[in-house]
Ligand binder design. Structure first.
Ligand code: SF4
Length: 277
């Protein structure tokens, strides 16, 4: 069976940077070392970090001393102020692409635009961007949400870094009749675009597509959605243990892609198991 891993798959720059900063803190910065929410949306990596003494907490109320790591998704700026007040050491691992989206959101508000954030309402990154805009924004997930909006004089748009470009285009097109002026910051990150293009291309050629990554990872779920659009035999798995032999009946070519928070060892193991089938 032919097995091919997409040209761009797995860890992105922001995730690698966050993990590096977290590991460098061990033994150097005050303990306990905690991440505010799982550092990346991959349960296997979160467990591995736990073994190194880096644990995940849900809120600052759970930590009174030590070090807090802000993950690549970023946070509400108030969280950093509160952590400082508590005397915690702060490692800000917010991805520079997310920081750009936060600053663009704030800039649009300062320039008097009605801000529209295109993204998943409950995703931590979107919650952080919304907070940077002082809560003066409307979050739209897709074109259906636009119908409920009234008309605006001028609209400013920023996008969750992992959104598909097609969704942004549809939202922009739906907003055009509702306003006189639109200013768009395309804050979709490069890593996302490259992974989505590579995944779609491979899914078109392959008989079956495996998308590897956390079930709680938004960018992995989006890769699954993109692959499923062109290849109905697409499966989202977290590890090789979920692979089912019956999926591969009549399959000669398997494509593999992985979310930005999936480590290479999990991808390699999936490829190894498929080759043995
Ligand atoms: S997907 Fe993009 S924005 Fe998100 S952490 Fe990775 S590089 Fe940064």
């Amino acid at each position: 069976m032919k097995v091919k891993v997409a040209k761009e798959a797995g860890y992105c720059y922001g995730v690698e940077r966050a993990l590096k900063l977290a590991q460098e803190a061990v033994g150097k910065l005050p303990e306990p070392i905690c991440t505010l929410g799982p550092i990346i949306h991959n349960p296997q990596v979160v467990d591995w970090l736990k073994g190194k003494g880096i644990v995940s907490v849900d809120s600052l109320n759970q930590i009174d001393k030590g070090t807090i790591i802000i993950r690549s998704h970023g946070v509400d700026p108030k969280v950093k102020i509160e952590a400082k007040k508590k005397g915690l050491e702060i490692i800000d691992a917010t991805c520079p692409f997310v920081k750009k989206a936060q600053h663009c959101a704030r800039k649009l508000i300062e320039e008097g635009y009605n801000l529209v954030i295109v993204g998943e309402r409950n995703h931590p990154e979107v919650i952080g961007i919304f907070a940077y805009a002082g809560g003066k924004a409307v979050v739209v997930e897709n074109v259906k949400d636009i119908k409920q909006l009234s008309n605006f004089k001028k609209v400013g748009i920023v996008v969750q870094t992992t959104q598909p470009i097609e969704n942004l285009k549809k939202v922009i097109n739906a907003l055009i009749p509702k306003t006189e002026e639109i200013k768009i910051f395309n804050t979709i990150c490069d890593a996302t675009v490259k992974r989505q293009i590579a995944a779609r291309n491979l899914a078109q050629d392959a008989d079956l597509m495996l998308v590897v990554g956390g079930k709680n990872s938004a960018n992995t779920s989006r890769l699954t959605q993109i692959c499923a659009e062109v290849n109905p035999k697409t499966y989202h798995i977290e590890t090789a243990s979920e692979i089912k032999k019956e999926w591969f009946k009549g399959v000669n070519f398997v494509g593999i892609t992985a979310g930005a928070s999936t480590p290479n060892w999990i991808i390699d193991n999936v490829a190894k198991v498929v080759k043995k089938l």
